[in-house]
Design a binder for this molecule. Structure first.
Ligand code: NAD
Ligand code: LMR
Length: 347
């Protein structure tokens, strides 16, 4: 996928002078449907590079960039990139409806990031309200869109979104996704280093949720196979679980992961768009409504299709260490899910 975005960018740029029609309608011999993507929080640390990466994606025909401030500048800047999509900036609540109308995919990186010493749950008080109001608008203006939730704490913001949509009568569990792709991106990078494998060929499923021990990478299922010691697996697991904190500490008060998150968010949105467009066998890990455990939401491999989630895949065989990790994460994940549900229903 990484390579395919870059290849697409190159091919779009090289076609742009020769055929406007090709730019807006088709790439190669296949025709590509019109797709609108909205980014909410588009002027932020994640939002800006994510806007750029979505502008590079030839599957997007319209890119709506919404934030409470700063989006006209971001849109003017990104809009000069000579790729397929038309970019429009929307600023302030009055323009939120227009930003959302007709969207196929809505990506939400709106809200405050962590500072050193904070957990993701410490963001709940501010971000829960932001997510609730944005999801209320999604229910009104683009109830059929696929929602990619990036705002933390994902373990709670996804259940909040679900409750808001239920209240509005628009909930479709196939269309709501917590973006956990960054955990997969990290697990792949760290594993490739230890396994001495080409990172582009590495696959590692990551299950559970998106905070601390709720992030459970399944290195026993990693490919290519490598004969890593138990000690190495424990260290890789811990590094993946603490990946966000590693960045928060390195940034020393200037926020959390933005660039790697934008990359991960762009990968996941691309997978959603491919699924919508009928590309077969698109599988990514995501935090979705799930029956693979007793918890109502859970991250695991998900097959994406024309309506969003086509199927939630099972967990496969777990090592004893992973089975233990799975049991340990459940109480924390359950509490975070319930906290989100309660918040959404209290007002
Ligand atoms: N899911 C993940 O893996 C993952 C990874 C990294 C960060 N995050 C989370 O993403 C969120 C954003 O992080 P960031 O570094 O981009 O933060 P940031 O502060 O740089 O940007 C957030 C943006 O949200 C905007 N915003 C605030 N309220 C809004 C509202 N009501 N409507 C629209 N926009 C609004 C702000 O104006 C700002 O531009 C944080 O909650 C962070 O914890 C999640
Ligand atoms: O760690 C954070 O607070 C941001 C994000 O969830 C991450 O995993 O990088």
């Amino acid at each position: 996928m990484k390579a395919s975005i870059l290849r697409s960018v190159h091919s779009v740029a090289s076609r742009s002078s020769s055929s406007k029609h090709l730019l807006t309608r088709s790439f190669g011999t296949e025709s590509v449907p019109e797709r609108k993507v909205a980014v909410l929080g588009a002027a932020g640390g994640i939002g800006q590079p994510l806007a750029l990466l979505m502008k590079l994606n030839p599957l997007v025909s319209q890119l709506a960039l919404y934030d409470i401030a700063g989006t006209p500048g971001v849109a003017a800047d990104v809009g000069h990139v000579n790729t397929r999509s038309e970019v429009t900036g929307y600023v302030g609540e009055d323009q939120l409806g227009k930003a959302l109308e007709g969207s196929d995919v809505v990506i939400i990186p709106a809200g405050v990031p962590r500072k050193p010493g904070m957990t993701r749950d410490d963001l709940f008080n501010i971000n829960a309200g932001i997510v609730k109001s944005l999801c209320t608008a999604i229910a009104k203006y683009c109830p059929n869109a696929l929602v990619n939730m990036i705002s933390n704490p994902v373990n709670s913001t996804v259940p909040i979104a679900a409750e808001v949509f239920k209240k509005a009568g628009t909930y479709d569990e196939k269309k709501l996704f917590g973006v956990t792709t960054l955990d997969v991106v990290r697990a792949k990078t760290f594993y490739a280093g230890k396994a001495n494998a080409p990172v582009a060929e590495v696959n590692v499923p990551v299950i559970g949720g998106h905070a601390g021990i709720t992030i459970l990478p399944l290195f026993s299922q990693a490919t290519p196979k490598a004969n890593l010691s138990d000690e190495t697996i424990v260290a890789l697991t811990k590094r993946t679980q603490d990946g966000g904190t590693e960045v928060v500490e390195a940034k020393a008060g200037k926020g959390s992961a933005t660039l790697s998150m934008a990359y991960a968010g762009a990968l996941f949105a691309d997978a959603c768009l491919k699924g919508l467009n009928g590309v077969p066998d698109v599988v990514e890990c995501s935090f979705v409504q799930s029956a693979v455990t007793e918890l109502p939401f859970f991250a695991s491999k998900v097959k994406l299709g024309k309506n969003g989630v086509e199927s939630v895949l099972g967990l496969g065989h777990l090592s004893d260490f992973e089975k233990e990790g799975l049991e340990k994460l459940k109480p924390e994940l359950k509490a975070s899910i319930e906290k989100g549900i309660q918040f959404a229903n209290k007002s």
